[in-house]
Design a protein around this ligand. Structure first.
Ligand SMILES: *Cc1c(COP(=O)(O)O)cnc(C)c1O
Length: 473
């Protein structure tokens, strides 16, 4: 018999969840224009909107808040954070930022010149925005398989070295200030990069004098996948694997809101002293003194502790295990999800879930709304609504994938909550032909997914109803 494991923590403080009735959820969903971003958090039962800044802090972190040194300069809390980053990640120089994008801003401004190219293993929204605002063109060098949700590969975040070589040949190494390597790849579904691939990318870049900068946001989750899947790593600690990973880079940007186990914060780290000195000047301009960078002393105390807690083998095993616990049950029940299951989220394939809906009827938006209506579980659309419109033609961008993201906050929910999510999705799958599509009633000019409003495309005005079967058939 396979022995079961449990959460590697016990609960000292609880936050009561609101459990609205079906009628109350229906009202809340209507008020929100069927957009899960617009639902009040107090109306949500299980919140799987994002894993960013939603972490539960430990008793040690909460305790440390009282010891924060709020001095404007030379804070001892900063010293502790700097020490933790150097020790756990292995970089020589560290600068604090208010969150990940603060670090991206400074790095992009200092490294990129107009007309440069920044290759990356799939883009991330804020990362690419900073690169482009500084005059660079982003070039996707991830393996082709990463774009296909049905291909099961252990390291689906890997770089295609031929694509990187081809770019170097085409534009020249001097036009490539650095390669931005995300470990893991958020937009590919939390897919990891292998140690072998990191090493090969680093060696290729070094032979052309190109820097490698990690987007280290979920690097601990990546380290765990290496331990689990790559030859020669099963007996090594995650902390040890992480240190080796970081040795194949020249620095990183970090969002503390994910793998550092805090609600706000970030940092920029590097080994090059000159880049450090120039970055320090910009930290003063954009973030604050280099001894706080937009964070309070207490935030830095909590982050210093979170950085160490995140590399505890039991913590990270449970973290990845919980995401898989949710995803595997869905797979076993025949629910279409993106494979393999990644590090921080499970993605429902809404096109396959609601095959009767056309893409203009916003299947992923409809499924996310239906999930909230059924059980109060909040998820996020990642499909045609998020993709927006083509700036030139004004037509909808039509992404291949029409997904609903179920993102698991760290240390917040138990596996019983995951069971509730599974049951709700199975119930919806049973009656999927009773779910209708949506029409967009209000479309904001930019980043429409945040504020768009929708209405059900049914005569009754009901999102889920037996009546809808006739139209859908
Ligand atoms: C969240 C995130 C960022 C940006 O970090 P913020 O702290 O939100 O500014 C950058 N890259 C990836 C992969 C992320 O998930």
């Amino acid at each position: 018999m396979k022995r079961r494991t449990a959460e590697p923590y016990k609960i000292k403080s609880v936050e009561t969840l609101s459990m609205l009735s079906f009628e109350e959820r229906k009202e809340s969903l209507e008020r929100a224009g069927y957009n899960t971003f617009l639902i009040n958090s107090e109306d949500v039962y299980i919140d799987l909107l994002t894993d960013s800044g939603t972490t539960a802090m430990s008793d040690a972190q909460w305790g440390a808040l009282m010891t924060g040194d709020e001095a404007y300069a030379g804070s001892k809390s900063w010293k502790r954070l700097e020490h933790a980053v150097r020790e756990v990640y292995g970089y020589k120089y560290v600068l604090p930022t208010h969150q990940g994008r603060g670090a991206e801003n400074i790095l992009s401004q200092l490294k990129i010149k107009e007309g440069d190219y920044v290759p990356g293993n799939m883009y991330f929204t804020t990362t690419r925005a900073h690169q482009e605002m500084n005059g660079a063109t982003f070039v996707d060098i991830i393996i082709d398989e990463a774009h296909d949700p049905s291909i099961d590969l252990p390291f689906k975040g890997n770089v295609d070295l031929d694509k990187l070589r081809a770019l170097i040949d085409e534009v020249g190494a001097e036009k490539i200030p650095y390669v931005c390597l995300a470990v893991t790849v958020n937009l590919a579904g939390g897919q990891p990069v292998s140690m072998q691939n990191m090493k090969e990318v680093y060696e290729l870049c070094k032979s052309h004098h190109i820097d490698v900068m990690f987007d280290a946001t979920r690097c601990v989750e990546n380290a765990y996948f290496i331990k689990e899947r790559e030859n020669g790593y099963s007996d090594r600690s995650v902390a040890d694997i992480l240190k080796e990973m970081m040795s194949y880079s020249d620095g990183c940007t970090m969002s503390g809101k994910k793998d550092c186990l805090v609600n706000i914060g970030g940092f920029l780290a590097m080994n090059d002293e000159d880049l450090y000195i120039r970055s320090r000047e910009l930290v003063v301009v954009y973030e604050g003194m280099p001894s706080y960078g937009g964070m309070a002393g207490r935030d830095m105390e909590a982050m210093a502790i979170g950085i160490r807690e995140a590399v505890d083998d039991h913590y990270i095993e449970h973290r990845i295990g919980q995401v898989r616990y949710l995803g595997q049950q869905l797979l076993d029940a025949g629910i279409p999800i993106v494979q393999p299951i990644g590090g921080h989220a499970v993605f429902l394939d809404a096109k396959a879930f609601l095959p009767h809906l056309k893409q203009e009827e916003f299947p992923a938006q409809a499924l996310a709304a239906a999930l909230y209506l059924d059980s109060g579980v909040r998820s996020m659309e990642r499909g045609i609504v998020s993709a927006g419109r083509d700036i030139k033609t004004g037509e909808h961008n039509r992404p291949n994938l029409e997904l609903v993201r179920l993102t698991i906050p760290r240390r917040v929910y138990t596996n019983n909550h995951m069971d509730v999510v599974v049951d709700s999705i199975l119930a919806l799958y049973e009656k999927r032909d009773t779910i209708c599509g949506l029409t967009m009633a209000y479309e904001p000019p930019t980043l429409r997914f945040f504020n768009a409003r929708f209405a059900p495309l049914s005569d009754s005005g009901e999102l889920i109803s037996e009546e809808n079967k006739k139209v859908n058939a």
